[in-house]
Write a protein that binds this ligand. Structure first.
Ligand code: NI
Length: 255
């Protein structure tokens, strides 16, 4: 059984067949899915999906690209959503310097830091998005040593990975590690202790090879686990078992 620790099933890409896709997952070997929100409405939608499907869990949070124009009580709203029993983390949160028209960096950092403080207060793990912001992201994380989290779709250096592991953090990987230019991520995986690795699809994005270019869904998460197994020289079944164990331990999900 596999655990897809990051998939956005509220996305309109799933409007035509969301129920069909989600209902088929357990029989296809994907027994758990975590759906993180990107803003207040999508966090609520993630919770709705978690209520509807026993194998779906949720996270609530504000993504750096959505940090502008938040209502004054946005953090209280995130806190209120985390009280739902199927909300297992605050996420996804972080920094994104990739797009030029993204919210100002200072605002992103403030919104990120506030949610890390909330995570510490509520004793919840966080799901971090770091795109082209490695140095600042690590700095904010280090300023909150009481918080544990996962860097989703890890794209940083081996050096930063070592720092994060020392801080007690997890790293998770997507279909990106099946792409031709994945050398850096594969080097990180080669070094990374197996108990710090989680797998995810980031559906509907980042579809693994050989399906790159098509819509992604959790039924393809085995391709990520298999890529990790290849690097580690282990059986794909074992990579699936260990990453499932890691995910349930990290998100405190009892199965
Ligand atoms: Ni995501």
């Amino acid at each position: 059984m596999l655990f897809d620790t990051h998939a956005h099933y509220y996305s309109e890409a799933f409007d035509p067949d969301r129920d069909e896709v989600l209902s088929a997952l357990p029989a296809a070997g994907v027994g758990l899915v975590l759906c993180p929100g990107c803003d207040l409405p999508t966090s609520r939608q993630s919770i709705d999906l978690a209520e509807r499907y026993p194998h779906v869990y949720a996270a609530a949070g504000v993504h750096p690209e959505d940090a502008l124009g938040l209502p004054a009580d946005w953090l209280d709203q995130v806190a209120a959503m985390t009280r739902h029993p199927k909300v297992k983390a605050i996420g996804e949160i972080g920094l994104d310097y990739y797009w030029k028209d993204n919210p100002p960096r200072e605002l992103q950092q403030k919104v990120f830091a506030r949610q890390l403080e909330l995570a510490a207060e509520l004793d919840l793990p966080v799901i971090v998005h770091d795109r082209e912001a490695h140095q600042d992201c690590l700095e904010v994380v280090r300023a909150h040593p009481e918080v544990r989290g996962v860097y989703h779709c890890y794209s940083g250096s081996l050096e930063d990975a070592k720092v994060l592991v020392k801080l007690g953090w997890m790293l998770s990987f997507t279909g990106v590690i099946t792409y031709k230019n994945a050398r850096k991520a594969l080097e990180v995986i080669e070094w990374l202790p197996m108990d710090r690795i989680m797998v995810e699809t980031d559906s509907p994005y980042l579809t693994p090879e050989p399906f790159r270019g098509k819509r992604n869904d959790s039924g393809k998460v085995h391709l990520v686990a298999e890529a990790i197994a290849r690097v580690k020289g282990m059986d794909p079944e074992e990579a699936a078992r260990i990453t499932l164990e890691n995910g349930t331990r990290f998100f405190r999900i009892e199965i």
